[in-house]
Design a protein around this ligand. Structure first.
Ligand code: SF4
Length: 335
C-alpha cells in the first residue's frame, strides 16, 4: 500500500468545530450556552480506505459525519472535500458535489419513503440530479444497482414495509450507490440489525467498496464492528478525537485509557486480549461545560493533577499512531 503522504486525500478536517446553541434555561445549560458537539477535530481520510469512528453515544460522531458532508453547517475550522474547500460553500455550489458524498443511515425504515416503491426510492436522486430521464435506461440501471446490492429484480415494484430490516438496509445502500459517489458516511449502518444480518451487510459494504472504489467513514458505537471493517480508527470522547491509528495496532495496543476501557468491554475469544473489564466511574460529563484539562479526567483511572489542569496535546506517539493523553505510556498497565 502507498504511504499516507502518497495517497489521495478525499476528506481533510482542520480544527473542525460544530456547536449548537442551547435554546432555553435547562438542567444542562443556561442562556447563551452551546453544546460543543465537535470541538477542534483534525484528521484526513484517504481514497479507498474505511475510516472507522467510534465512541459512546453523545460523543459527537454522528454530528461529525453529518458536518463533513455539509448536512450541518460547521461553526469553525475547515472541511476540504476532494480538493474543494466546502466549509462555507453555498448550497448551489455544493450541488454538483452532492452526488459524490452520500450517507447510509442507521434506521433504514425511517429513511425510506413508505409511499415510494424500491424503484422510485433508488431512482429519485438520479432524476433530481438529471443523471437519467424516466425510461427503460433508468430502469435497467436501477436493476443493475439492485443486483449489486443483493436485491432481486421483482422487488423493484415493492414498498419498504414488505421487506426485512436487512433488505431495507440493502435498499438504503442501493439508493446511495446509485449516484456513483466517491465518499459514503455509514452512520451506525448495521446497529439496528441482528448480528447474523450485520455480517451480511458488512460484507456487502466491503465488496462494494472494492468494486466501486469507494471511501467510507464508518461510524459506530460498537468497536468490534468498527474493527471488522476499518483500515484506521478514530476514537472520540466528548466532541474531541482522543486516539487515531491503524485498526489492528489500535485494537492490539490501545494508547488512550478511554480506548483501552472501550476495548475491555468487547467480547473476545483472543486469550492474549482477555482481561478484566475496565469499569469507568461516573457518567459522561456535559459537553456544554466540559471538564477542565483533559475532558476524560473525571472518569480516567490514570488521572493526575496535571490532567485536571492541562489539556493534553494531540501528538504522534508512534508512526501513524496519534493520541491526546499526558500519560499514554502507562495505559498498558491499566486493567
Ligand atoms: Fe487520563 Fe490524564 Fe490521559 Fe486524560 S490525560 S486520558 S485523564 S491519563
Amino acid at each position: 500500500m502507498a504511504s499516507n503522504t502518497e495517497r489521495n486525500v478525499v476528506v481533510e478536517l482542520r480544527d473542525l468545530k460544530k456547536y449548537f446553541p442551547v435554546k432555553s434555561q435547562t438542567l444542562i445549560g443556561g442562556m447563551g450556552d452551546t453544546v460543543k458537539a465537535n470541538d477542534g477535530v483534525s484528521f484526513k481520510i484517504y481514497e479507498g480506505e474505511t475510516f472507522g469512528l467510534v465512541g459512546e453515544s453523545g460523543c459527537g460522531k454522528t454530528t461529525l459525519g453529518r458536518t463533513i458532508i455539509r448536512l450541518e453547517k460547521p461553526t469553525g475550522g475547515q472541511i476540504l472535500f476532494d480538493g474543494h474547500d466546502i466549509t462555507r460553500m453555498s448550497n448551489r455550489n455544493l450541488r454538483p458535489l452532492r452526488t459524490d458524498m452520500q450517507i447510509i443511515f442507521q434506521d433504514p425504515y425511517g429513511s425510506l419513503d413508505p409511499k415510494q416503491t424500491v424503484g422510485q426510492i433508488i431512482g429519485e436522486g438520479l432524476l433530481a440530479h438529471k443523471m437519467f430521464k424516466k425510461g427503460p435506461e433508468l430502469e435497467e440501471y436501477i436493476l443493475d444497482i439492485m443486483d449489486k446490492c443483493g436485491l432481486d429484480d421483482y422487488m423493484i415494484h415493492r414498498y419498504p414495509h414488505q421487506f426485512s430490516g436487512g433488505q431495507r438496509q440493502r435498499i438504503g445502500i442501493a439508493r446511495s450507490l446509485a449516484l456513483d459517489p466517491k465518499f459514503v458516511v455509514c452512520d451506525e449502518a448495521v446497529s439496528a440489525l441482528d448480528v447474523s444480518i450485520q455480517s451480511q451487510i458488512l460484507n456487502l459494504l466491503k465488496r462494494l467498496k472494492d468494486e466501486e472504489n469507494l471511501t467510507y467513514l464508518f461510524i459506530s458505537h460498537d468497536l468490534s464492528v468498527v474493527k471488522h471493517i476499518s483500515d484506521r480508527i478514530g476514537v472520540m470522547y466528548l466532541g474531541e478525537m482522543v486516539e487515531l491509528g491503524g485498526a489492528e495496532a489500535l485494537y492490539n495496543d490501545p494508547l488512550h485509557p478511554y480506548t483501552k476501557a472501550l476495548l475491555s468491554a468487547v467480547p473476545t475469544t483472543d486469550v492474549q486480549r482477555k482481561g478484566e473489564k475496565i469499569i469507568l466511574k461516573g457518567d459522561i460529563p456535559s459537553n456544554v461545560h466540559p471538564p477542565s484539562g483533559c475532558r476524560f479526567h473525571t472518569r480516567c483511572p490514570l488521572a493526575t493533577e496535571k490532567c485536571r489542569q492541562e489539556v493534553p496535546i494531540w501528538e504522534e506517539a508512534k508512526p501513524g499512531r496519534f493520541v491526546a493523553c499526558h500519560h499514554y505510556e502507562q495505559t498498558k498497565e491499566m486493567g
